[in-house]
Design a protein around this ligand. Structure first.
Ligand code: FAD
Length: 309
């Protein structure tokens, strides 16, 4: 029998939707391949309700437990394709296929990484020496010495954003000289953002600081923000004919439905603010819309206790 809703993605968006849908007494299966961005968060301090902060993996563990408590099933497996069919969707994975009446994509994005050894990257991230999201944790680096590594207008915007936290912000070009035009250079000057040409020859942890090795020698910072952009995990959606923006984000309507009827999307994979709270909010909207659409197709009525209705 087809599952009422299959969710691809076990991050904050997918798990929030699973909690809602399971509590609507619907059958729910969450498939994920273990790569939630939230699992990388050492400790979030801007997620409401946790004044002492909460580690990303712990938040995911709690959400998974909550969803399963109401009957949602969660399995770790990579989804290889999705196909709209007459009465729903066929979902193919490495270990079998599933039929679902509705489908929710909560597949997120992947941050592009700096060329660093895996173990150095992970230690730097855990210790707050390397960061990816100024909206999330700019507060934690107030008045610190910050490097933003990235190119072009996007990285400059990130450096400008961080100027409201610190007067000591340097924009570092990773591969060679900055390619900013005269107007952008003047803009950086106006914001008092230092410009440092690459190439960055390596990144190392040095005690409580993090060093960027330039040809002239290392320079040390309190933290580095990687501003190399991200890749949206919307390949399944695009292959199924879902409309996406130029940068690959899924475009949705007011109730999170995509251009393919019955297929919904929530979280970072959707065009918008990449934040836990936003992912959860979108997932709540999507789950309720899915419930209502299923009810329209065949009314959801609880049988009377002890007998058929
Ligand atoms: C270092 C760091 C710190 C951050 N700090 C904060 C913070 O403090 N506050 C905040 O609000 N936000 C923070 N964020 C952002 C936050 O992590 C994301 O906004 C949030 O995780 C988005 O949730 P999501 O469910 O949309 O996507 P994700 O959490 O990325 O989950 C995507 C899911 O999709 C699955 N998936 C994708 N493709 C497939 C496939 N083909 N088959 C099976 N599964 C698939 C993945 O396995 C994963 O389970 C931070 C991000 C990073 C990287």
């Amino acid at each position: 029998m087809a599952i009422d809703c299959l969710i691809i993605g076990g991050g904050p968006a997918g798990l929030t939707a699973a909690i809602y849908l399971a509590r609507f007494h619907l059958s729910v299966l969450v498939l994920h391949d273990g790569a939630s961005r939230a699992a990388l968060i050492p400790r979030t301090h801007n997620h409401a309700g946790f004044p002492e902060g909460i580690a990303g993996p712990e938040l995911l563990r709690r959400m998974g437990e909550q969803a399963q408590r109401y009957g949602a099933r969660i399995a770790e497996v990579r989804v290889s394709s999705i196909k709209p069919v007459a009465d729903g969707f066929l979902i193919e994975t490495q270990s079998g296929s599933f039929a679902a009446r509705k489908l929710l994509l909560a597949t997120g994005v992947v941050d592009r990484r700096l060329p660093m050894l895996e173990d150095v990257h992970d230690e730097a991230l855990q210790r707050g020496l390397l960061r990816y999201c100024p909206i999330c944790d700019g507060y934690e680096v107030t008045d610190r010495k910050i490097a933003v590594i990235g190119m072009g207008a996007h990285a400059l915007r990130e450096a400008e954003f961080l100027r409201s936290y610190s007067a000591d912000v340097t924009l570092v070009a990773p591969d060679g000289p900055h390619a900013l035009d005269a107007a952008k250079r003047a803009q950086a000057g106006e914001w008092r953002i230092g410009l440092r040409d690459g190439p960055c020859l390596g990144i190392t942890i040095a005690g409580t600081r993090i060093g960027i090795n330039f040809a002239s020698g290392p320079e040390y910072f309190d933290t580095i923000y990687a501003a190399l952009g991200s890749d949206t995990r919307s390949e399944l959606a695009a292959a199924a004919g879902v409309s996406t923006s130029d940068d690959g984000c899924i475009i949705v309507g007011r109730h999170q439905e995509t251009s393919v009827p019955g297929l919904y999307a929530a979280g970072d994979v959707v065009l918008g603010l990449d934040q836990i709270g936003n992912a959860m909010g979108q997932a709540g909207v999507a789950a309720t819309a899915i419930r209502n659409a299923l009810c329209e197709a065949s009314p959801l009525r609880r049988p009377a206790r002890g007998g058929p209705h």
